[in-house]
Design a protein around this ligand. Structure first.
Ligand SMILES: [Zn+2]
Length: 212
């Protein structure tokens, strides 16, 4: 075994590798779920300030244009009452919660998103702060991945090239939720779709289709 392969194995322990979700759509069911009477879905002022500061690496002009449009989609979605309603009303196993919620309630998770304080850049600036590096691996079903100790997100052009801006928005937001400290199972399980990165990333993608 080479030194390099040992390093790869060690690093892989800490990687959040994010595969394509299956085509089932838990968000669609949530749209029909009843909300708690009296819940306040008025969007806070932070939602309108929400922004993104991305440093892009290895992006072609075409892909740069797409991720910039994806950021605009994210900003539009985050400013909707519908997004707040879906984040607050997400359920798993009959309870208003997420899988791997880090001990936070749904409303606390919404506030963590509004704050935008990444674990490695813990300033509440209401913004996505990240480095995003494009790479190409046609033999992988990983859309994107990141490491807990890195500000960088790696994204696979195999998927980004064919995704709509809403699809890119979904994945960028998913990866950024890792930067906020949220995790999910490394391998697919049915419950993984209810984790914070998958569930809320999917909300961004689904609501975002309205803004294409
Ligand atoms: Zn992930």
């Amino acid at each position: 075994m080479t030194t390099k392969s040992v390093l790869v194995i060690l690093l892989s322990v800490f990687v959040f590798s994010c595969n394509k979700s299956d085509d089932s759509d838990p968000v669609a069911n949530l749209s029909d779920s009843g909300s708690i009477s009296g819940e306040n879905y008025v969007v806070p002022s932070e939602a309108y300030l929400f922004d993104a500061n991305l440093e892009l690496y290895n992006f072609t002009p075409t892909l740069e244009d797409k991720i910039n449009r994806a950021i605009e989609v994210i900003k539009l979605v985050v400013a909707t009452e519908e997004f707040k309603r879906q984040v607050l009303n997400h359920t798993y196993a009959g309870r208003r919660t997420y899988v791997d919620n880090g001990g936070y309630s749904n409303s606390q998770i919404y506030q963590i998103i509004m704050d935008g304080a990444e674990k490695l850049q813990p300033v509440k600036n209401h913004a996505i702060d990240a480095e995003v590096e494009a790479y190409t691996n046609l033999n992988s079903n990983t859309v994107g991945y990141t490491y807990a100790d890195s500000k960088r997100i790696w994204v696979n052009t195999k998927y980004y090239d064919r995704y709509s801006a809403a699809g890119v928005a979904q994945n960028v937001f998913h990866e950024w939720l890792h930067k906020l400290g949220f995790k999910h199972a490394a391998s697919y399980t049915p419950s993984r779709d209810y984790s914070v990165p998958y569930a809320i990333g999917d909300m961004i993608g689904e609501i975002g289709k309205n803004f294409l």
